[in-house]
Write a protein of this length. Structure first.
Lengths: 347, 347
């Protein structure tokens, strides 16, 4: 591995995805279909297959830590926060199978981090379809595997994150000090998004806005004020809807303020967002509405809708103070992950 | 009516809703249910009823032109562009019933405008569920009733606006020089939005972003370059998704550019948006991404998620040139509606 030529500021990429190179045949193991298997059809290339359907073509950036570190060094990224690919959540699976799958993914994640403890941080996977098993695996992720927390899906089999059955998982995360990073999956309304990659372009932002509104308007943060919860893709459509949400809260509290009496604008300081908004106009708006304290560099590496080179939008921002820049590049992520800068290898 | 004390710049509110005071019993007339009736249960107040369910409480601002003009004068609005309330689209009705309903609404709209031709402009309603009937009524709206165009729903019974069956309606609008204003209704994913008024707060912006993407990525503007098409609520979530759309277009043209080879950023100058984004941070972003030439004051009067006083966000914008301000307050609307300022009564 080359010695990285990093800029002086620590850079942590909060939002990256990783898979094992291989895993057991889940369809054979569990006795029913719908799970992903990797078809390594060429050197450094694979297809994510569900049955006979190719979900996505990927390359070794997905599974090869050395390749990832080379890419990090090229983009001056000191630390990647690793989480699975959302299709692997499989919350539709039987609970004990979901637990077994989560354990496969988490044990792999732990092995990657153990080999490179100053370059990688883990966000585990838990079977949200069974809160008690989810809490058991969440506890293992944090206490035994040393992860900073977990990545969860934006809904659990169509139930939003304010579903009462899920509350105990968030309560356990708060108690454990585990970060919860929410990623869109099984996108709302995708039956109307057959063309133009719309589930990814329009569905994911809508799904994330629905998840954030469920958490905030559902009063989860009110009840768990120490919970550290973050959302991918700059919060999806949510930041753009703040004015509309606030207006709705003021105009029709009988409809909007049924579970939380805290105004949406007052909730903005209570959730974390990654910086993946693709241009400086977006990041300028995000900084104005949400503030640097709640925005952390995140790239969606290694996928094609991600930011590459990692951090180029923050780098292109005019007039950021060094304090704001370092907060966006690392400070917010360190706070969200409950890690100190000294744990990592930056020069 | 009081003489308005207007500011010097002409103000046109592109986005307002109106209903007749009363209309025939549609359930009895057509022989099946699902239509709205007004229950005038108190002076100046009514309930919009669908069967035994109250859809919305409204007041006489919805149906009384004199009340509307008093409100306009108070907010220094010279001209309201009138369109129906989206629930009245009823595209699920039998085509001939949809035509009959549209004619009831359009004849009422015409009567209001005839009485106040310098204060109101009309956008009619057409039965989109039957393109040939829709074109017939669209033609009547423009040629006989003197409307500037029509307001249509963001989908037609779950079909997006790029559905091939709808293309001839857009082609007719282009040929007639009719403006097409798209309003969200029957919101995508609302089955997951049971609480917190989410169909309005999250569903409408998602629905509008889906409509805009269908029009742009579906190549409708490429094929009809003279079509004037506008979208409510500042384009819903769409303006916030521009960076993601552009990235998707560049990264996966095989998925995104299947019907139009024009990049999303290059399409921004080809659609109109109203200004209803609720705060100056939002309008600043919108101006940066879309530009003043495509943004027109719109308030959603008289509904509670609307802007009141009308125009207060534009008024609160720092550093707008007089040219930009007058473009936002009237110039863009005049262009969209194909009207000249001299047709109206401004001082």
């Amino acid at each position: 591995m080359t010695t990285p030529s990093r800029s002086s500021a620590l850079r942590i990429d909060l939002h990256t995805h990783i898979l094992p190179h291989t895993w057991p045949d889940l369809e054979a193991k569990f006795g029913y279909g719908g799970f992903v298997r990797l078809d390594h059809h060429a050197p450094c290339e694979a297809r994510m297959m569900v049955g006979d359907t190719c979900f996505r073509e990927i390359d070794d950036a997905c599974w090869n830590p050395d390749r990832r570190l080379r890419d990090c060094d090229q983009d001056h990224v000191d630390v990647q926060v690793l989480s699975t690919v959302p299709i692997m959540f499989c919350y539709w699976a039987r609970p004990k199978d979901g637990l077994a799958l989560a354990q496969i993914l988490n044990d792999h994640l732990a092995s990657v981090i153990v080999a490179h403890p100053t370059r990688f941080v883990g966000l585990g996977t838990v079977p949200m379809q069974d809160p008690s098993l989810a809490i058991r695996e969440l506890t293992r992720c944090v206490r035994e595997l040393g992860f900073a927390g977990v990545q969860i899906g934006s809904n659990v089999n169509g139930r939003n994150l304010d579903d009462p059955a899920l509350f105990e998982i968030f309560a356990a995360a708060e108690e454990l000090g585990a970060a919860v990073f929410v990623h869109p999956w099984e996108m709302v309304g995708q039956e109307r998004m057959e063309r133009y990659w719309l589930p990814w372009l329009v569905g994911m932002p809508a799904e994330t806005s629905l998840a954030i509104c469920s958490v905030l308007l559902g009063g989860i943060i009110d009840r768990l004020p120490a919970l550290r919860i973050g959302f991918a893709h700059g919060g999806g459509a949510f930041p753009w809807l703040i004015g509309r949400l606030q207006k709705g809260f003021e105009a029709r509290p009988d409809l909007v303020a049924t579970a939380s009496s805290v105004a949406p604008r007052s909730q903005l300081g209570k959730i974390y967002l990654d910086s993946l908004v693709h241009d400086t106009a977006g990041l300028t708006y995000l900084l104005r509405q949400v503030g640097e304290k709640r925005i952390a560099l995140g790239s969606d590496y290694p996928f094609p809708l991600g930011e590459s080179p990692v951090g180029h939008v923050i780098d292109a921002m005019p007039d950021l103070s060094p304090t704001t820049r370092s907060r966006l590049l690392a400070g917010t992520a360190l706070e969200f992950l409950n890690r100190s800068a000294g744990m990592f290898a930056s020069a």
